[in-house]
Design a protein around this ligand. Structure first.
Ligand code: ASP
Ligand code: MG
Length: 420
């Protein structure tokens, strides 16, 4: 068995879907994981916001636009006006949820997951039906029943053992040899829908690869492979031919948009190679990620945007030390705030964190717990692995740098957002 994963950009239009079919070719024993088409998840996040704010017009507008967008892709694929009954049903369900939900703030994450999951349900339905129409028999798999997660919404971790039983049961006895399933979504023990965090389809694919003992996993992307930096931000980016698992985890954790950070563990456990390959050209080698690759020999630059710097100080001037750390971190965990960089002095604890929904509540709770908290917004976290003197001079100095942490190999800089 092989696992192929197609991200939203690869299936953003009918050409993309036709290309997916071409890439599958006569490959059999294949599990295909697909994300929502194009920017669908963003639009569904706005539907959720509409539910959250009680703004029915916003919901209706967003859903109408999504209907139109998917209908155009379907019409193009089937060469003329076509209605796919199952897609209509999914839109009907989505509309019903958006207009009938009685929203309570404590259920925010539950409704978020329930709504955004439609992106993948719709994309896989269209793609599965199209593949059949184009001559490739395949089985559509409802991953809400097969990928069992912890009881936590919006950023759930997969229960690998429980999922293994479910997925194997689901596939047992099915005649097909090509399967199409949704990335990003799963089911909680209580039966509700969960999601694995934005860009989580990679993680889904890795879980499937692990469970099915796949010989390889390939992520088909709109880039030639993994680059050492985002070319939109850093000129002179070059492609990396091979990466090992460890470097990849470090990169993903620092914010490189290569792969969802949780993707590597399920692959590493079974030593499954991961190929990052260009969607546009099957012959190009892409990048291979596996256990044995040597460390990379070019510097790697990763910029994590939309960060906030929290400077926390105990109000009684006692040192912000061990026992205080525990209470601060458990409080942040409660509000699902991830610290991307930690820096401490005698009286201060500085944390560079993702700017998330619950930030204000978390800051309020910290204040109630006896801490003074200073928030600095518009920050970025830049990580340079294998830095050179020149890179240091260019990026790790200057008035915009608030914090700098360096080891022999890596420097990490919390800096004010670059406005250009
Ligand atoms: N559709 C989801 C997202 O846009 C998951 C994914 O693309 O991996 O975040
Ligand atoms: Mg995506």
């Amino acid at each position: 068995m092989k696992v192929y994963k197609f991200g939203g950009a690869s299936v953003r239009n009918a050409d993309g879907v036709r290309n997916l079919h071409k890439i599958i070719g006569d490959e059999r024993n294949l599990f295909v994981i697909v994300s929502a088409m194009g920017k669908t998840t963003n639009a569904l996040e706005r539907v959720f916001e509409g539910v959250q704010k009680g703004d029915r017009t916003l919901c209706a507008e967003q859903i109408a636009a999504l209907r139109e967008y998917h209908a155009a892709i379907v019409d193009d694929l089937w060469h003329g006006p076509t209605r796919l009954e199952r897609v209509e049903e999914l839109f009907g369900e989505l509309e019903r949820i958006a207009s009938e939900t009685v929203y309570r703030p404590e259920d925010a994450e539950l409704w978020y997951d329930t709504i955004v999951a439609f992106g993948e349900l719709i994309s896989t339905t269209i793609i599965s039906e199209y593949l059949r129409f184009a001559g490739t028999e395949n089985g559509w798999i409802d991953m809400r029943r097969c990928i069992l997660t912890e009881q936590r919404h919006k950023d759930a971790a997969v229960d690998l053992e429980a999922s293994a039983r479910r997925l194997r049961d689901e596939l047992a006895g099915r005649p097909e040899t090509v399967f199409v399933g949704q990335g990003f979504i799963g089911g909680a023990p209580d039966g509700t829908t969960t999601t694995l965090g934005r860009e989580g389809s990679d993680y889904s694919a890795a879980v499937v690869a692990n469970i099915l003992d796949a010989e390889s996993m390939s992520v088909w992307k709109d880039v030639d492979g993994v680059l050492n930096a985002d070319p939109k931000i850093f000129p002179d980016a070059v492609q990396i031919a091979e990466l090992n698992y460890l470097d990849t985890i470090e990169l993903a954790y620092s914010g490189a948009q290569i792969i969802h950070p949780r993707t590597i563990k399920p692959l590493q456990n079974k030593n499954i190679p991961l190929y990052v390959r260009p969607f546009g050209d099957k012959r190009k080698p892409g990048t291979v990620i596996r256990g044995m690759s040597a460390p990379v020999d070019v510097p790697i630059l990763i910029l994590k945007k939309d960060q906030m710097l929290l400077t926390i100080r105990s109000r009684d001037f006692s040192f912000v030390l061990e026992e205080k750390f525990a209470s601060i971190f458990s409080l942040l965990e409660r509000f699902r705030i991830k610290a991307n960089l930690i820096h401490n002095s005698a009286v201060n604890l500085s944390l560079c964190v993702d700017n998330t929904w619950h930030m204000d509540e978390a800051v309020e709770a910290l204040r109630e717990a006896g801490f003074d908290v200073m928030k600095t917004s518009d920050m970025e976290l830049l990580t340079i692995r294998g830095y050179t003197d020149e890179l240091w001079r260019r990026y790790a100095r200057g008035p915009q740098v608030f914090i700098r942490q360096a080891t022999q190999a890596t420097v990490r800089v919390v800096r004010k957002r670059n406005r250009n």
